[in-house]
Design a binder for this molecule. Sequence first.
Ligand SMILES: C[S@@+](CC[C@H](N)C(=O)[O-])C[C@H]1O[C@@H](n2cnc3c(N)ncnc32)[C@H](O)[C@@H]1O
Length: 278
Amino acid sequence: MNDTVEAHRAFYAQFIVRSAGSADPRLIDAFNAVPREGFVGPGPWPVFIGGGQYLPTISDDPRLLYQDILIGLATERGINNGQPSLHARCLAAAAPAAGDSVVHVGAGTGYYTAVLAQLVGSAGRVQAYEIEPDLAQRAAQNLRGHANVSVRAASATEGALPPADVIYVCAGATHPPAAWLDALKPGGRLVLPLTPNEGFGVMLQITRLDARRFAATALMRVSFIPCIGARDDATSASLAAALERQSLKAVRSLRRGDPPDSSAWCVGQGWWISSEAP
Ligand SMILES: C[S@@+](CC[C@H](N)C(=O)[O-])C[C@H]1O[C@@H](n2cnc3c(N)ncnc32)[C@H](O)[C@@H]1O
C-alpha cells in the first residue's frame, strides 16, 4: 500500500482540482508540487469548522493536511489557509499562464502564492501582499526557495499595483479599487471576493478586454475576512441588495465612469456591474 505523504498529496491535487470542475493538468501539477505542511506551521493543526471554531487534527501527520479543509493560520484573528477546492476553482478562472505577472492580495503565509508561482514558472513573477507583518514574515520565510516570488509586508490597497496579467485576491472587498483595475493589462484577469458586511458575497472574475471594457462573471457564493482599505458601507448595502434580489447569472460586465443604466446589477462609486455584455 502506498500511504506516503506524496501519495496523499497526489490524490488531493487530483481530487480538489477535478471536484472544482477543472481537469487542467497544469493546475493538478501545481497543487501536487507544493507541500502544504511547509506553510501552515507545526501540527497538530486547527481545522476551521465554522462560527469561529476550530477542531485540532488528531496528530501532526502531514497526510492529514491533504483534505479539502481550512487550516487556522492565526486563529485569534480568524485568518485561515483557505479551502483548497474553492481556490482550485478560482485559480482555474484566473488562469495564470507560464510567464505571467501575478499580484496576490492577502498572501497569508504563502501557500496559494506558491501554487501561483508554480503556474507562472521561472519566466513569470508573483508579487504577494500581506498586511499582517507576522504573516508576511512567515510567507517570506516559507517562500524563500521561490526565485520568482517577492513578498511585501504591506496593504495592497494603498498606492498603485504593478502591471499584472492576474490579480488574485484572497480577502473580501466591497468594490474593486480603481488602482487594481488600472493595473490589469489588456487580457488580464482580476479574481476577487466581493463581500457585503454581513453574510456571503460572490467571487467575481473580471477580464480586461481593452482600455475601457471589462467582462465580468460571478463564479460562486463565498465568505472571506475583510480586505482592509477596500470596503465602504454604502457599497456593502448596494451589494447586499443585489445579492438578495438578483441572479448571479445576470452578471456580465463591469463599467467604469459611465452613469449606471437600467442594466445595473450593483452600483458602487465610479463603477457598476451590468447585466449587459461589455
Ligand atoms: C482569508 S486570509 C487568506 C490567506 C491565504 N491566502 C491563505 O489562504 O492561506 C486573507 C488575508 O488577507 C490579508 N489582508 C487583508 N487585507 C489586506 C490588504 N489590504 N492587503 C494585503 N493583505 C490583506 C489578511 O491579513 C489575511 O492574511
